[in-house]
Write a protein that binds this ligand. Sequence first.
Ligand SMILES: Cc1ncc(COP(=O)(O)O)c(C=O)c1O
Length: 410
Amino acid sequence: MREIYLDYNASTPIDPAVTDAMRPLLQSTFGNPSSTHWAGTPAKAALDSARGEVAGLLGCDPDEVVFTSGGSEANNLALKGVFFALRDKGNHIVTSAIEHPATITTCKFLERLGAEVTYLPVDHYGRVNPDHVCGAITPKTILISIMHANNEVGTIEPIAEISRIARRHGVLLHTDAAQSVGKIATNVNALGVDLLSMAGHKFYAPKGVGALYVRRGTPLEPLIHGADHESGRRAGTESALLAVALGAACKLARDLAPMERVRELRDDFWRALQHHFEHRVVLNGHPEHRLPNTLNVAFPRNVGADILARLDGVAASTGSACHSGRVELSPVLRAMGIAPEVGMGAIRFSLGRSTTRAEIDRVVEQLIELHSTEPLSKAEPRRSRRADPSGVRPRRGRTRGRHRLSSHLP
Ligand SMILES: Cc1ncc(COP(=O)(O)O)c(C=O)c1O
């Protein structure tokens, strides 16, 4: 079995250049960046330089970058931080129905504290309509949080347009750019955002590090109180090691040229699937406004996890989840209004810098082979005895332990 990794939206390997940048901090630079003696100063210098790299990628000033433990913390800091800082001014937050759980569950938590949250619908491609954002704003609105690109289908949201609306109404705008950093341009001024979240492990840095961009002057209550690390926005001795890793990954991410090769491969992958499967395969997500590496396809009237389980050595994700023996659509596909019998068969292939044409060819061959032994897209969905909205049940025993089934895709 040869392993093929097509789950780069879930996580990426650490780039060798990132490992090289981390080495001195693993081996010798151990001091506390806040110490002013010989051991602390190199750590502080490494931290400052890393902050500069993050700022360079985002087009902001270094002091507008707050290091965090990843995308989830960055989203939590943005949403809770603004809510706690502005709760006297208003309690209304506008977000979308297809955000990552790091945003949705944070909003749910804030609702318990008195926030009012509008979860905007999306169209069939997963796009938020800026007019809906405009229509949702009330005198109590303090924050709009719309993701830059969706993790599951790759649809890119019209953030610059939403920003103009936010500006007009004097409302802060946050975007979760965990999936877009390193894949498309993420200049904070071009996007017009006040806050932007990034997650290192989505673009070749290790897990456990990320950052929140905070435009100068944006009111933000810290979540972790303590000493004045990160200019009082996140207490705790900084990990220069992880910051340096993020900085090195941001330096690499400035060059988006490799993503054009990835886009070509992804498009060829889709063309090959269309050629071989014709109406038996459909694309989920926006045909153009989509991350260059993401291909979410559905084989209607099949179960995505079943197909994945039969693909030898292929790591990818499915948009359906198995609960108590029944298959459910992911919240993202549901919000997009994808028909259950279509969404059941969704598979997210996400390509990365190391993906090769030979790997894509092998996956296509495997799918063709699989189809020749048991045709994909049978005429009739298998019916569940219980009232199952999908009408499709997973095969027993085949998927367990091989592909993780969860209702959201990381
Ligand atoms: C869009 C999006 N936001 C936030 C996160 C959370 O990032 P992290 O895993 O670094 O906490 C993810 C990761 O799956 C994501 O895809």
